[in-house]
Design a protein around this ligand. Structure first.
Ligand code: CUA
Length: 192
């Protein structure tokens, strides 16, 4: 083998080794996780939050035109949240602000990712769609509320942030604001 050819082969091999080690370090040392397409879970129609153990929850999320089901969930700080995501219609995005969660909801498939919230960080984390999915794409959002039980009991009313949002919240909160109910539909999906 020509000596320059030999050097090129050795150099190339060395670089590949460096990149491989970098990937291993990134995944183990920095907690980078890549969303996984789950093949043994059938796409589901309804969202729900399951409590698996203390500070361990499983979220079955459905992204659809143009809302998330469930629209919001509340978990305590320090919780691990395993997310299973699907879509009944078109491709949507699923991005939880201030976390590494950045998923695609693909019709007919289930995507999985997991996030663990910091013990000392709590508040309302916005969840939004970042894949253009039609007319009301911009209004497609939800909330992951990370609140200690004590704070929940004290206020008994979450949503100081959500209340300021112009989004059609299909859920409660409207009880104390009977003012403008003209745009509120029971199904929450009829907004123009
Ligand atoms: Cu759903 Cu954009």
């Amino acid at each position: 083998m020509d000596k320059y050819e030999q050097r090129a082969v050795l150099g190339g091999s060395f670089l590949m080794l460096v990149f491989f080690v970098a990937v291993v370090i990134a995944t183990t040392g920095f907690g980078v996780t890549v969303p996984t397409c789950i093949v043994d879970v059938k796409p589901f129609k309804h969202g729900q939050l399951l409590k698996l153990a203390d500070k361990h929850y499983e979220l079955h999320a459905v992204a659809k035109m143009w809302s998330f089901d469930p629209p919001e969930v509340t978990i305590p700080p320090g919780s691990r949240l395993d997310i299973f995501l699907t879509s009944p219609d078109v491709a949507h995005g699923f991005n939880i602000e201030k976390t590494n969660i950045n998923l695609m909801a693909i019709p007919g498939q289930v995507t999985y990712a997991s996030v663990t919230f910091d013990q000392n960080e709590w508040g309302n984390f916005r969840l939004f769609c970042h894949e253009y999915c039609g007319m009301n794409h911009h209004a497609m959002q939800g909330w992951i509320k990370v609140w200690p039980a004590a704070a929940l009991g004290a206020t008994n009313q979450l949503a100081p942030v959500a209340a300021q949002q112009p989004t059609p919240a299909p859920a409660p909160a409207s009880a104390e604001k009977p003012a403008d109910t003209t745009t509120q539909q029971p199904n929450g999906g009829a907004q123009q």
